[in-house]
Design a binder for this molecule. Structure first.
Ligand SMILES: Cc1cc2nc3c(=O)[nH]c(=O)nc-3n(C[C@H](O)[C@H](O)[C@H](O)COP(=O)(O)OP(=O)(O)OC[C@H]3O[C@@H](n4cnc5c(N)ncnc54)[C@H](O)[C@@H]3O)c2cc1C
Length: 524
């Protein structure tokens, strides 16, 4: 009896002690203080205010850059319970001419991430497809949206407003710390990235540590050099104008003009403004300061825009708010590195003509989120790195379809003195004008609603064969046969190098890549 009462007392004491410890630990966690995770790092930061000011801060994930990819990723990982430390060079509202048109496939990804409200309250304009113009003719290519939620459509908006909404949403999570600072280098130890060195707004040099650093520092990334083999191609520049109170021939449609020497794009990006992006091929653009650019826009470009837009176009040129941005392409070629990962434009870029960059970035975030979800502990960097190699394969079918289409379509849409290229361009316009599967197929690819690599290749060669067929009918002459042969070889010459750079196996047969099997079956 005495023995059992002693045992009872001991049991009661242990339970009380465990309960007390639980209460204390929970309170400490609520205050933002947690147990040390490594010997070298003293404070695990969970609270926004404490996180920024501490040398050697430690989180689960560091995100470099809070643009489209970084801010969406911060919210996603934060919502999954990770301690996220985001370091962004400039937290004021970005003002730039990129990322202003989100394809419906990108909107679907926003919905998957719970970020769709970030296009609300920013005067975003819905878009239901494209209108294509060539030599005075035009055709309408609606998005096949019937099977989707009624909110799904393209969206035009001011990039800065969209990004601020995503930054705000991610920073509202208690475990996401968004800090202004410029990351100057990655901290590497024995081949493993342990964190970053960064400079705060007030000039202090700090370090931050995490088992995983995700670099999302955009198209001009300084940090990607050690993480990939960047081969950046700049085929042209986009010249941006804002047209005010302009009525597009098809309201709520993006407009693409197949002009000479290269395409012009228009889309509504607020209730009163239309964005115009004029592609200027080559390595340099006419000087804005000297007036050379205004003169180019008025004499070469203006006569090619639809008459309904002409006056607003010229007025926008006269107003003088002309901006330029290089149009970069870069296939993903990462060196899987323990402790680090690349995302967004830092990893991969494609021609901006089709407005696919944000859709690729958001799609990649969904892939990564699903991969990371089952993992609680990110500390074993080499194992994590091997596991995350599958990310670069799993993202491929969607990303490379959108990338390949963007780069190939740009080449097809550019004017050329070569007869075979001329035929291909015309065949493409006429093929898309056929309607039915001939327009819904390609537009499903472009919009990210159904981005399948095989479908892309089939439609691309269907356009080429359609072009050759028209050349050979009703009577094939030797000259026409010759042009047809060059058209096919030209089409192959456009698409195959792009596919090769994207990676044939990863794009078409991801299951043949060993890394594919490192992902849990549910993610594939
Ligand atoms: C002319 C043009 C038009 C485009 N139009 C479209 C379009 O209509 N639709 C579309 O989907 N895509 C478009 N794109 C592509 C799209 O803009 C990008 O794919 C997208 O912005 C990529 O997001 P990101 O987060 O990788 O880069 P960004 O959005 O550029 O974000 C990078 C962030 O990193 C920060 N940063 C950089 N260096 C550091 C550092 N050292 N330390 C801390 N922070 C740092 C930057 O301040 C920035 O906030 C266009 C591109 C161009 C060039």
């Amino acid at each position: 009896m005495a023995d059992s009462s002693v045992f009872g007392w001991i049991l009661c004491s242990v339970i009380t002690l465990v309960a007390l410890c639980g209460v204390v630990l929970r309170r400490r966690k609520q205050k933002g203080i947690s147990v040390n995770r490594t010997k070298t790092v003293n404070i695990v930061l969970t609270n926004n205010r404490e996180c920024g000011s501490t040398e050697g801060s430690h989180a689960d994930v560091i995100i470099v850059g809070a643009g489209v990819a970084g801010s969406a990723l911060a919210y996603t990982l934060g919502k999954d319970g990770r301690q996220v430390h985001v370091i962004e060079r400039d937290l004021t509202e970005p003002d730039r001419i990129v990322g202003e048109f989100l394809q419906p496939g990108g909107y679907l990804k926003l919905m998957e991430l719970g970020l769709e409200d970030c296009v609300e309250g920013i005067d975003a304009q819905q878009a239901f497809g494209y209108a294509l113009f060539k030599d005075g003719k035009h055709t309408r290519l609606p998005y096949p949206l019937e099977k989707f939620h009624p909110d799904v459509s393209g969206r035009g908006f001011h990039n800065g407003l969209f990004i601020q909404r995503m930054r705000g949403k991610s920073a509202s999570l208690p475990n996401v710390h968004l800090e202004q600072g410029t990351v100057t280098s990655l901290l590497e130890e024995k081949g493993i990235i342990r964190g970053v060195k960064y400079k705060t707004k007030d000039g202090r040099e700090l370090t931050a540590f995490a088992p995983l650093t995700i670099v999302c520092d955009g198209c001009s990334s300084n940090l990607r050099r050690s993480l990939c083999n960047p081969k950046v191609d700049i085929p042209s520049y986009f010249v941006g104008l804002v047209l005010e109170n302009c009525h597009l021939p098809y309201s709520n449609y993006g407009h693409v003009i197949l002009s000479d020497p290269s395409p012009i794009v228009f889309y509504k990006f607020s209730s009163t403004e239309v964005r115009c992006l004029v592609d200027v091929p080559g390595k340099r653009v006419p000087s804005i300061a000297s007036g050379e650019m205004a003169s180019y826009l008025k004499t070469v470009v203006a006569p090619q825009v639809p008459p309904e837009i002409y006056d607003s176009f010229v007025a926008a040129v006269n107003k003088g708010n002309i901006r330029t941005m290089p149009n970069r392409s870069m296939p993903a070629s990462p060196h899987p590195t323990p402790g680090a990962l690349l995302m967004g434009d830092a990893l991969n870029m494609r021609n901006a003509l089709t407005g696919g960059g944000m859709t690729v970035a958001l799609s990649d975030i969904v892939v990564l989120r699903n991969l990371l979800r089952p993992l609680r502990d990110l500390n074993d960097a080499p194992t994590l790195c091997k596991y995350l190699e599958s990310f670069y394969t799993l993202r491929k079918p969607v990303a490379s379809t959108i990338n390949t289409l963007a780069d190939a379509l740009y080449k097809v849409f550019c004017a050329s003195p070569d007869q075979a290229r001329k035929e291909m361009r015309q065949a493409c316009f006429d093929y898309l004008s056929l309607g039915g599967v001939f327009s819904t197929g390609p537009i499903s690819l472009l919009s990210g609603l159904n981005p399948r690599p095989l479908s892309l290749v089939l439609h691309f060669f269907a356009v080429a064969i359609y072009g050759v067929g028209r050349l050979l009918l009703p009577f094939p002459s030797p000259k026409r046969i010759w042009i047809g042969a060059r058209l096919i070889s030209g089409a192959s010459g456009i698409i195959f190098p792009i596919i090769k750079a994207e990676g044939v196996r990863q794009m078409f047969f991801p299951a043949m890549v060993p890394a594919y099997y490192r992902a849990p079956p549910l993610v594939k």
